[in-house]
Design a protein around this ligand. Structure first.
Ligand code: ATP
Ligand code: MG
Length: 185
């Protein structure tokens, strides 16, 4: 039964439409080969922090707390495909990422601390889920050119529809632009 008093919330990096399309295009072959259920293109994202079930009345304060974060933007590459056997998901993840990414995640959890949420920080593995109920990856190499320039992050509500999860963005937060030293006095 829908519960209007609560929301299922998470913070995420959302690819802009161009990057979302590139992720989609470059991974169709491997998703098909995995035999898994593809995540639809509109749903592709990288979770930063999953908050779980949250009292809807807390939303304004929670949004305000997130807006207080002043984390720097960063860039990383999605360049590693993996099959995670326990959850049977096919994912694409950064082989390496700048400190600013876990730094943002830590900042979000620090900002959420006053809310006594049901979920908290755990082991963080940044990834984009491509398919669920997948099988092990076939032996193949995939040339990936997926550079992600993170300039903002979002607060998203996850609505469970009969056809699967539907994500509704509730707020966007800018990340600070890197200041270039070039051209400065
Ligand atoms: P569904 O659960 O309906 O199959 P979903 O997993 O995409 O779909 P949610 O469960 O609402 O939808 O999850 C939203 C996002 O948060 C997803 O990226 C999901 O992987 C992540 N997530 C969900 N539960 C947790 C958790 N306990 N810890 C960390 N991340 C989580
Ligand atoms: Mg889920």
């Amino acid at each position: 039964m829908p519960d209007s008093a609560h929301l299922r919330l998470f913070f995420a990096l959302w690819p802009d439409p161009g990057l979302g399309q590139r992720i989609w295009d470059l991974t169709r072959g491997v998703v098909r080969a995995s035999g898994g259920r593809p995540v639809i293109r509109e749903n592709l994202h990288l979770t930063l922090a999953f908050l779980g079930k949250v009292d809807a009345a807390m939303l304004p304060e929670l949004r305000a707390a997130a807006a207080e974060l002043h984390s720097p933007g960063f860039e990383f590459a999605l360049d590693e495909l993996s099959f995670w056997p326990r959850s049977r998901v096919l994912v694409i993840q950064p082989g390496s990422c700048p400190e600013a990414l876990p730094g943002l995640v830590e900042g979000i959890w620090d900002a959420m601390a006053p809310f006594a949420l049901e979920c908290g920080p755990g082991k963080y593995r940044p990834h984009v889920t491509l398919a669920r109920e997948a099988g092990p990856l076939p032996l193949q190499s995939l040339q990936l050119q997926l550079s992600w320039q993170a300039t903002e992050f979002c607060l998203v509500s996850s609505v469970t529809d009969p056809g699967g999860a539907r994500y509704e963005p509730l707020a966007r937060y800018h990340l600070l632009q890197a200041t270039s030293e070039a051209g400065r006095e």
